[in-house]
Design a protein around this ligand. Structure first.
Ligand code: URA
Length: 223
């Protein structure tokens, strides 16, 4: 945050020297939500707020709100799309077939599920596992941003299009985004394919393995 403020200050000083005394800033409403809800309450406080949330209609049909699971001190965080049927029933992220594959991916880099933190962009299940709608992402995503800020992992691995495009604020397809690190403050963000996609396209597991090796290397280098 400090380095962002310093670089904004630098830009403003240059503008001022050029005679520009007024700037217009467009803020997205999900950033507004984030700022409004951000009071550094820690994971327990964020979870309580998510349990009480009625900001979109998905709360009406849920069995459980699926907040996230794992270590609050994790160096590595995985972010998926939204809970499916199994997750909705158990109140835990990635416990179905895609979750079993995610567990294997985590173990492939020598870690356990308890060592990492797992969350989703949406905390409630969209009906019939349909894709998240823009309004739902808008209403819910501040919880994810608060989780990331609270955990402050070294690396966030985005699983699939929705997590990647949301966190990188990009419309680029996941096939073009994946495989390299992006910076979010001092957090490295690696987009890769979603495990549910890999269940349908096992030939692309080798690409995900390349991405996971980069994550393992970055985590080791940061120790
Ligand atoms: N898919 C997701 O994106 N998240 C889950 O928690 C389960 C399946």
């Amino acid at each position: 945050m400090r380095s962002i403020i310093a670089s904004i200050k630098g830009y403003l000083e240059t503008d001022k020297l050029a005679g520009i005394n007024e700037i217009f800033v467009r803020r997205t409403s999900s950033q507004d939500n984030y700022i409004r809800h951000k009071d550094r309450k820690g994971l327990i406080g964020i979870k309580k707020a998510a349990e009480a949330c009625k900001a979109c209609p998905l709360y009406k049909k849920r069995t459980h709100m699926v907040f996230g699971s794992g270590s609050p001190h994790a160096g590595l965080m995985f972010v998926g799309e939204a809970p499916g049927a199994d997750e909705d029933l158990q109140g835990l992220p990635f416990v179905g077939r895609a979750g079993q594959l995610l567990t294997k991916m985590i173990e492939a880099i020598g870690m356990r599920r308890e060592d990492v933190y797992i969350a989703n962009v949406l905390k409630c299940r969209p009906p019939g596992n349909r894709c998240p709608l823009p309004d739902e992402i808008e209403a819910c995503s501040h919880f994810l941003l608060e989780q990331i800020e609270s955990i402050h992992p070294k690396v966030v691995c985005c699983l699939g299009k929705f997590a990647s495009q949301f966190l990188l604020n990009s419309a680029t397809p996941i096939s073009a985004l994946r495989g390299r690190f992006y910076e979010m403050d001092d957090i490295k963000v690696m987009p890769t394919f979603h495990p549910a996609y890999l269940l349908r396209n096992p030939g692309d597991k080798r690409l995900v393995w390349e991405d996971l090796k980069k994550i393992r290397h970055a985590l080791r280098a940061s120790e």
